[in-house]
Design a protein around this ligand. Structure first.
Ligand SMILES: O=C(CCc1ccccc1)N[C@H](Cc1nc2ccccc2[nH]1)C(=O)O
Length: 164
């Protein structure tokens, strides 16, 4: 594991509490968790780290399910039978429409197989550990305003736009 300069004394890490809507500190060795910064924290370095490594992101996404999806059904179709290759082709068409200026939200409402389509694909804020790992990895790699390439999960294939 490469050394992480987060301003915290090793091996402390910082996590996000969804219920309390704030960060907390966790020691993976002792399993201790606490609200206060651990003794010896470099507050300035921690703040800089958090600016560059968000604990949570807010994303929109467009999901195209296919016959191999974990749940091949949605509001659009009780029984989704298109192949993964066809689903990827559909996302590629949507990528072209995004590039020609159509809004992500309007395309999510038109085509996404996720229940979030009603809100233009908005998943709200999520932290690490909440979404399937390939989705999380892609989402946390995006800058605010950026859209991913095609991302595969057990649910199907996605386009992801980070908005916060
Ligand atoms: O899991 C859900 C609900 C996701 C959601 C989160 C927060 C707000 C609204 C929706 N829907 C699945 C499809 C699906 N699979 C996903 C995998 C990663 C992110 C979003 C996803 N959406 C399905 O419908 O099969």
């Amino acid at each position: 594991m490469s050394e992480v300069f987060n301003g915290l004394p090793a091996p402390w890490t910082v996590r996000y509490s969804k219920s309390k809507k704030r960060e907390y500190f966790f020691n993976p060795e002792t399993k201790a968790s606490q609200w206060e910064e651990p003794e010896g924290t470099d507050h300035g370095l921690l703040k800089q780290y958090l600016a560059e490594h968000p604990l949570r992101v807010r994303c929109l996404h467009i999901l195209c399910k296919h016959s191999g999806s974990r749940r091949p059904a949605s509001h659009r179709s009780e029984h989704i039978t298109i192949s993964k290759a066809e689903a990827i082709d559909e996302l590629q068409e949507l990528q072209k429409r995004l590039e020609s200026g159509e809004s992500f939200e309007s395309l999510a409402k038109e085509r996404s197989d996720c229940s979030s389509y009603k809100r233009g694909g908005d998943l709200g804020f999520f932290g690490k550990g909440e979404m399937q790992s390939s989705f999380e990895k892609a989402a946390f790699a995006l800058k605010v305003g950026e859209t991913s390439g095609i991302v595969e999960t057990e649910s199907g294939v996605h386009l992801i736009k980070r908005v916060q």
